[in-house]
Design a protein. Structure first.
Length: 196
């Protein structure tokens, strides 16, 4: 379980393919504090640490993960958001995030608003995921509030701190991002579909 509050940035240092899986070596300021078998969200994708040392850690992504996220497009040198799983009793500063990406989206607009940035994303509506105005959404692991909710689009407003301390500074029009929709909203939508 995560909160969507990004703890650190990491850099992809190596990508190794083994069968259908890929092993990703990530360097970060928190790598030295990690342990094998620990869950860490990488751009919102919950991955298990399989090796670590003072400077880096290794995670493995299987085909299911590669099919549903943007991990297959990662390249050496890519900057990614990192968050360790929350501790029981910690404050929940973002919202409940599972680290289970629902689908990807494309950045279709980025507007500099002279002190903040407005990003708009478009996603495949066939997956039946929804956003609501002022609801929660996770973009590349970052807990955000939805504005301008549409049928298969939404926008998020990014403050300077978030812009500088997450991968948002590298997101441009055409960038592919990971989305996790609000888990409570998903259950409500599922229950509503069963009663119709």
């Amino acid at each position: 379980m995560f909160t969507g509050i990004i703890e650190s940035l990491g850099i992809v240092k190596a990508i190794e393919k083994e069968g259908e899986n890929i092993h990703l070596t990530i360097t970060s300021s928190i790598s030295k504090e990690l342990k094998i078998d620990q869950s860490v969200a990488h751009n919102g994708v919950c991955l298990t640490v399989v090796a670590c040392d003072e400077y880096s850690h290794v995670v493995t992504a299987i085909q299911e993960t590669l099919d549903k996220t943007n991990l297959s497009s990662w390249q050496v040198g890519e900057l990614i958001n990192l968050e360790r799983a929350m501790k029981l009793g910690d404050r929940l500063d973002g919202h409940i995030v599972q680290g289970h990406v629902d689908q990807i989206a494309t950045c279709v607009d980025k507007i500099d608003q002279d002190g903040s940035w407005l990003f708009t994303f478009e996603y495949d509506k066939k997956m039946n995921n929804i956003t609501i105005e002022k609801g929660s959404i996770t973009v590349n692991g970052t807990s955000l509030t939805v504005v301008n909710s549409g049928i298969n689009t939404f926008s998020v407003a990014i403050i300077p701190y978030t812009y500088e301390h997450t991968v948002f500074k590298n997101i441009i029009i055409g960038s592919i991002v990971n989305l996790e929709f609000d888990v409570v909203g998903k259950y409500v939508a599922k229950l509503a579909s069963l009663t119709n």
